[in-house]
Write a protein that binds this ligand. Sequence first.
Ligand SMILES: [Zn+2]
Length: 150
Amino acid sequence: MAKLSEKKKKELAAAALEVRKRAYAPFSGHAVGAALLAEDGSVFTGCNIENSAYSPTICAERAAFAKAISEGVREFTAIAVAGGFEEVPEGYCAPCGVCRQVMAEFCGKGFIVLLARTPEDRREYTLEEIFPLAFKIEDTEGRPSGKEAP
Ligand SMILES: [Zn+2]
């Protein structure tokens, strides 16, 4: 697992809680914020953005990854996630399966996932703990070749 200071964990959780205020969640009322720490020290934040048609909805975590990847950043250390229905989240909001798959695309097994209620009240996991046996195309036999599936 990557080393991350207590100070940095607090800052990351605080950033997730702050950006959570920008969540657009009129349908569920479940506001989520995420703060993604890159290996170069930069932080990319994201909030969930719901949509009337539901499926265009994007999670806070993927919004943060989209910002980072589109800025040319692809090496990450940790993400803090904060979400819930209350002003101060009552529980720990874990990333959905789709977001875990996106994390697995860009992050190693030791990538740190912080679930924050407050900057101080957090749970900490590695990506491997919350998403074992992630799908990776290179782990499958062969590569896509354009041939029809058997
Ligand atoms: Zn998600």
